[in-house]
Design a protein around this ligand. Structure first.
Ligand SMILES: *Cc1c(COP(=O)(O)O)cnc(C)c1O
Length: 358
């Protein structure tokens, strides 16, 4: 033991595997592996990022004041109850580091977004996975798995990679059933795709409860994943904790300015939402006609069930030969499935054509 050793837990982490973007010997790749917005970012957001080129020698505004004010106006929140991060992943990691440690438990749903378990393991805490029903989070199951060691509960709604969601009544039932000292983190990365009447992003609950945080991102419908910008809102005490722990300049100037412009361009957001929902329905119907099992999805992706691991692996290989990359889900234990992001119409036609010959 002469070499430096990391804290307990760190070497137990299985590093997050990002969606691939290249295939050997294939020039034009169709990348449907990371749920990036189908139509790219708003041109106004791109222009705003470019506009910062002359001032890159300056540190960014560490308080993200303008961005927080824009978010507060748009979502009818108090800017003081908002903080921003280098993607919502950073905020998820900070929340885990700040509220959990060795011996604690972080409760997630069985097929919940993997970063929660990774973050928990890295701080020496134990990720506890509550079994789901019909690959949908199950509130009774989550509540049954709360223990005196539980510090945080993470729930993505809609969830990635399953695409399923829970209505507001169920989220509120989960909140009512949790001890007051447990922090409920609602990950609303895909909330902008939702139009369902029984759905809430959780922002309303976070505005009144002392133990709820909602995380949001500019990476999905706003398609600014390359800039790394997300935000969260919750009780002032929780936002204060995040602000103490985060880096003082964690969101770059291009990211802040592009996010402000993206938020202002709701016409673009509406266009992407309508495109995505239309193609999600078409793709789901077409895949079912081909005989595949597809879960009803509420995100910008669909979960395709190939029946068993061998067939899913073969489908993955077949699609790659056609230059198309979907997301294998082995770390989720969904080895019989692939996840396909809803892309452009042309990309969806190419994927369906390739799967027709599988
Ligand atoms: C993509 C995704 C995130 C991460 O988003 P960033 O803001 O890019 O870090 C968080 N949660 C879920 C459920 C996601 O799918």
């Amino acid at each position: 033991m002469n070499a430096p050793q990391p804290r307990a837990g760190v070497l137990k982490v299985q590093p997050y595997v990002a969606g691939e973007s290249t295939i050997a010997n294939v020039k034009r790749v169709i990348k449907l592996a990371s749920n990036e917005g189908a139509l790219g970012p708003s041109p106004k957001a791109v222009a705003a990022a470019r506009g910062t080129a002359q001032s890159l020698c300056r540190y960014p505004d560490g308080g993200c004041v303008e961005l927080r004010q824009a978010l507060a106006r748009h979502y009818h929140l108090d800017a003081a109850n908002i903080t921003c991060g280098a993607g919502s992943d950073e905020l998820i990691g900070i929340l885990i580091r700040a509220y959990a440690g060795a011996g604690d438990e972080v409760l997630c749903s069985q097929y919940g977004f993997l970063m929660y378990a990774i973050g928990a393991t890295a701080v020496g805490a134990t990720p506890v996975m509550a079994p789901e029903k019909d690959i949908t989070a199950d509130i009774d199951s989550l509540l049954r798995h709360v223990s005196p060691k539980t510090r945080l509960v993470f729930l993505a709604n809609p969830n990635n990679p399953t695409g399923t969601y829970l209505p507001a009544s169920e989220i509120r039932r989960l909140h009512r059933g949790l001890p007051k000292n447990v922090l409920l983190v609602l990950d609303s990365a895909y909330t902008e795709y939702m139009t369902e009447a029984d759905y809430e992003s959780g922002v309303e609950l976070a505005a009144t409860a002392d133990n709820v945080v909602v995380t949001r991102t500019f990476s999905k419908i706003h398609a600014l994943g390359g800039l790394r910008v997300g935000w969260c809102t919750g009780a002032p005490a929780v936002i204060d904790v995040i602000n103490r722990v985060r880096g003082p300049f964690n969101v770059s100037t291009p990211a802040q300015n592009a996010a402000i412009a993206a938020l202002a361009d709701q016409g673009h957001v509406d266009k992407v939402r309508e495109h995505t929902r239309r193609w999600r329905d078409r793709v789901t119907t077409a895949l079912r006609k081909l005989g595949f099992t597809v879960t009803d999805s509420f995100g910008n992706f669909v979960l395709i069930n190939f029946g068993d691991t061998t067939r899913a692996d073969a489908a993955d290989a077949h699609l790659r030969r056609h230059g198309i990359i979907l997301r294998p889900l082995k770390p989720y234990g969904l080895t019989h499935c692939l996840r396909a992001t809803i892309g452009t119409g042309g990309e969806m036609r190419a994927m369906l054509a390739a799967l027709k010959t599988f």
